[in-house]
Design a protein around this ligand. Structure first.
Ligand code: PGA
Length: 250
């Protein structure tokens, strides 16, 4: 079974009710031919998931969240559980984004618990990994990502989970690794996923590339072996850019 590519938009802390017009435009542009080639999802802020549900799903665009708590419910003021996200219409949730690891001190252990909570609630986790600039310059990119995969994936995760390789230095900077570096990392990541999960699961797991994906570089990046789609930040806010990235798969 070939892996169905996935292009996911991560709106981060951006978006208001008026932004739902962008989701509507994405849904309109996502025609039957493109649907056969690539799966599309948008991960808006949690405030918009329920509001976006109708317009997104009518057009076949899926919805995801950007984070979840590791517990199912309880005394965690301000937090949102995976089950709540599922309840309002999410089918995916990003966990372990580098901004959460950096700004909220999320460790591999926490990320793994969040991924497990997502699976328990019936959500597909998109588990993010990636090295910093200093780590890459020190020649440690592969070992860092290997350790993150080992620590962040629940050992019993199914072959339906998604992993996103996002070099921290490429996020929001306009910089991207070379296709050769992406190819090396994604091949390595698949081997590490297999080492962690076993049973041939890594063959069905989609490994997304993320970090400054734009319409101009998407065809080249998406063509790299073992790249099964993109996690797109800034360029996912506008339908015209996001759909131009998805068009790489047409
Ligand atoms: P960017 O962000 O596309 O704006 O670089 C990617 C991400 O953080 O997921």
């Amino acid at each position: 079974m070939p892996r169905r590519p996935l292009v996911a938009g991560n709106w981060k802390m951006n978006g208001f009710i008026a932004s739902l017009a962008e989701v509507a435009a994405m849904a309109t542009a996502y025609d039957a031919a493109l649907k056969r080639k690539v799966e599309l999802i948008i991960c808006p802020p949690a405030t918009l998931i329920g509001l976006a549900l109708e317009v997104a799903t009518q057009g076949g665009v899926g919805l995801g969240a950007q984070d979840c708590h590791l517990s199912e419910s309880g005394a965690h003021t301000g937090d949102i559980s995976a089950k709540m996200l599922k309840d309002v219409g999410a089918s995916y949730v990003i966990v372990g984004h580098s901004e959460r690891r950096a700004e909220h001190g999320e460790t591999d252990r926490i990320v793994q618990a969040k991924a497990a909570a997502a699976l328990c609630a019936g959500l597909t986790p998109i588990v993010c990994v990636g090295e910093t600039r200093a780590e890459r310059e020190a020649g440690a990119a592969l070992s860092i990502v290997g350790r993150q995969i080992e620590g962040s994936l629940p050992a019993d995760a199914p072959g339906t989970i998604v992993v996103a390789y996002e070099p921290v230095w490429a996020i929001g900077t306009g910089l991207t690794p070379t296709p050769a570096d992406v190819a090396e990392m994604h091949k390595f990541a698949r081997e590490q996923i297999e080492a962690r999960l076993g049973g041939g699961k890594s063959e069905s797991i989609r490994i997304l590339y993320g970090g400054s994906v734009k319409p101009a570089n998407a065809p080249e990046l998406m063509a790299v072996e073992n790249v099964d789609g993109a996690l797109v930040g800034g360029a996912s806010l506008k339908a015209i850019d996001f759909m131009a990235i998805a068009e790489a798969y047409r």
